[in-house]
Ligand binder design. Structure first.
Ligand SMILES: [Zn+2]
Length: 259
């Protein structure tokens, strides 16, 4: 951990306070921590234009991040179930949509600007590299010609209806995924390295409530209905005609957490 964020320093309280900020999506908080602690060179986050973006920018600057602001605004459906999922509805504005700003953040000005410019190319390959995604996962997305959707997690990352609590992108349904990208497989070493590094970081920052949330999201059963909607947690006995995904191991054990 960098000196300015060591325990007992104002920096530690600052970054810990940000990591614990429950009103912000966990995905956003983890993306920011990745950059602050050099797990990745850059990240893209979204903030509401109305009443949110200014405060987030102020905190990012205090944390030593550089910001490059995306051009224009994007529209996102209000209060949809997945607060963390960054898809857009560009038909706006209307009263069901809210305006979002895209922020590209890096530890250097160059990496922040590079991430924005990479996104503007609309090339997943170029953008993935700028965000520090593993090369194998970038190549995998390129070979399938599109980024997966949440519902595909059942096909891609479960075996016999079981998921690995350490690497389960389906936890996105509960805003608790541990990778910033869709891994190329459940065995992807580079993706597993990111999940472990994020957990270690949260332990070092003494973020017990966040770790608990990540653990809880890996202790439950996920369901996908016929329309491809993914929800969790569900009581498995009460369902018929849907696909289920359950943890293959106890989450605390697999995440190496003290019970
Ligand atoms: Zn990979």
């Amino acid at each position: 951990m960098q000196k300015q964020f060591e325990k007992g320093t104002p920096g530690f309280d600052l970054v810990r306070g940000f990591a614990l900020r429950d009103r912000l999506p966990l995905q956003l908080r983890l993306d920011v921590l990745d950059v602050v602690f050099d797990l990745r060179p850059a990240a893209r986050i979204m903030a509401r234009v109305e009443g949110e973006v200014e405060g987030i920018c102020r905190e990012l600057l205090e944390l030593g991040c550089f910001i490059s602001v995306g051009k224009g605004v994007r529209w996102q459906r209000k209060s949809h179930g997945i607060a963390c999922h960054d898809w857009f509805d560009d038909h706006g504005p209307d009263d069901k949509l809210e305006a979002m700003t895209l922020l590209y953040i890096g530890r250097t000005e160059t990496s922040a600007i590079r991430a924005r410019e990479a996104d503007e190319t609309r090339d997943d390959n170029v953008f993935g590299l700028a965000l520090g995604y593993p090369q194998c996962c970038i190549d995998w997305v390129a070979s399938r010609r599109r980024v997966p959707e949440l519902a595909e997690c059942f096909d891609l990352y479960t075996r016999d209806g079981l998921y690995d609590p350490l690497l389960w992108p389906g936890a996105m349904a509960l805003d608790a995924q541990l990778t910033p990208h869709y891994p190329c497989s459940v065995e992807c070493a580079d993706s597993l390295k990111i999940t472990r590094a994020r957990l270690e970081l949260l332990k070092g920052l003494e973020c017990a409530p966040v770790i608990r949330r990540i653990q809880d999201a890996r202790s439950v059963c996920y369901v996908m209905d016929a329309a491809g909607r993914v929800t969790a947690p569900v009581a498995a006995e009460s369902l018929a005609g849907v696909r289920l995904a359950r943890p293959a191991f106890p989450a605390a054990q697999r995440l190496n957490l003290v019970p």
